[in-house]
Design a protein around this ligand. Structure first.
Ligand SMILES: *Cc1c(COP(=O)(O)O)cnc(C)c1O
Length: 391
């Protein structure tokens, strides 16, 4: 490279080190050695997007109406499909014009929310371990992330009583995520009711990430935050078509909730992006309108995989809560190991890629995450290999 020196902004230079880079490197080396890797590390569905959605996209892409700029906050027809889905799935009423916004994946909306509401020095309460976008987007906006540790003795839910009042008083936003990545814990409406009280007491906007609400087991449907009385007055909920319909590549999500919060987020979007391709939103309408047919089969696949992996891990004596939602298993590392050393052990000795829990925040130390995004045959093979490897 030649020319004058280019330095990244401080907000980039001070980003926490990317803990997964070392694992990627080790994985590449193993692949190069010819090791048959079983990848349980990725949170990206391995199955294709269902046909009816792809078919609708094929038709929509040919429509010249969609070839121009979309509106930045989304097509009213898509937002109406979202509102109808909320009514059907959660019995929540939302006005599609003012209480719903289309997102270019929920990551986009999560990333832009602090830009809309956080001033330099404001605190944002974030679950840890958690999705790295919450603290990083907070820092980009000049805010200060304050970690709410998700620990076993609290059922992996934030302990609101452990948040000092001087912190709560400076907090502008709180991110929550249920069903949770990486712990798979589910918050119930009693917990959400306590969150709403807390939010009203300290004037904190609640941003609930429900990306995994449709990936559940044994028929136990996780609640929406917005189902709880008063939730619409304190915040918004993010959703995504990524995990629900195997659409991670399409970049389609949405937020629903309090109108002035949706408006603030929309204002950022209108200044920074121009919305999602309308053909993608049309395909999203098909997804939301036929969701039961599409998601029931998907859940059956994950359920088989979960049952296979869980049964195998139990025979190996590993400690974990059986997940009732998400496609993750959050596993305690055996005595004598750290997150990093157990991850390395499984990769070196068994060719299995997992994710070290501390990569999601320091309270995740002592855990690894396995994802169910591979076939049940491969999950069974992973268990067999671990049986021979031991620890
Ligand atoms: C995968 C995931 C999302 C979804 O991201 P998209 O941008 O919609 O693809 C959001 N939150 C969490 C916690 C996730 O794991």
């Amino acid at each position: 490279m030649s020319g004058f020196p280019v330095t990244c902004a401080e907000r980039i230079r001070t980003l926490p080190p990317y803990l997964f880079a070392a694992i990627d490197e080790m994985k590449q080396q193993a692949v190069a050695r010819g090791v048959d890797i079983i990848n349980l590390g990725i949170g990206d569905p391995d199955l294709p997007t269902p046909d009816p959605i792809v078919q609708r996209m094929r038709e929509a892409v040919a429509n010249p109406l969609h070839h121009q700029y979309p509106s930045s906050n989304g097509m009213l027809s898509f937002r109406t499909a979202v509102a109808n889905w909320y009514a059907r799935r959660f019995h929540v009423t939302a006005n599609p014009s003012s209480e719903v916004v289309t997102l270019i994946g929920s990551k986009e909306g999560i990333g832009h929310t602090p830009v809309a509401f956080v001033d330099p020095g404001d605190i944002v309460l974030v679950p840890s371990p958690g999705y790295p976008v919450y603290p990083v987007a907070t820092s980009f906006a000049g805010g200060i992330p304050w970690e709410m540790p998700l620990l076993k003795h609290n059922g992996f839910l934030p302990d609101l009583d452990a948040i000092p009042s001087h912190v709560a008083e400076k907090a502008k936003l709180m991110f929550l995520n249920s069903p949770n990545n990486p712990t798979a814990a589910i918050a119930d409406t009693a917990f959400f009711a306590r969150v709403i009280d807390f939010a009203n007491r300290y004037h904190i906007i609640v941003c609930h990430d429900a990306a995994y609400s449709e990936i559940f087991y044994d028929g136990m449907r996780p609640p929406s935050f917005l189902e709880t009385d008063g939730a619409m007055n304190v915040g918004i909920e993010f959703h995504s078509l990524s995990k629900t319909f195997n659409m991670t590549g399409w970049r389609l999500g949405f937020a629903v909730g309090r109108a002035d919060v949706i408006a603030g987020l929309s204002q950022v979007k209108s200044n920074l992006d121009s919305g999602q391709f309308q053909a993608v939103q049309e395909a999203g309408i098909t997804a939301l309108e036929t969701d039961e047919q599409l998601t029931a089969g998907l859940r059956a696949v994950y359920q088989e995989r979960r049952d296979t992996l869980v049964a195998g891990l139990q025979t190996l004596g590993l400690q974990f809560d059986v997940p009732t939602a998400t496609f993750y298993v959050w596993i305690e590392v055996p005595a004598g190991y750290s997150s990093a050393s157990f991850t390395t052990h499984l990769l070196d000795k068994a060719g299995i890629v997992t994710t070290p829990g501390n990569g999601f925040g320091s309270p995740g130390e002592g855990y690894i995450r396995m994802a169910l995004t591979t076939t049940k045959e491969r999950l069974g093979e992973a268990v067999e290999r671990m049986k021979h490897t031991g620890w």
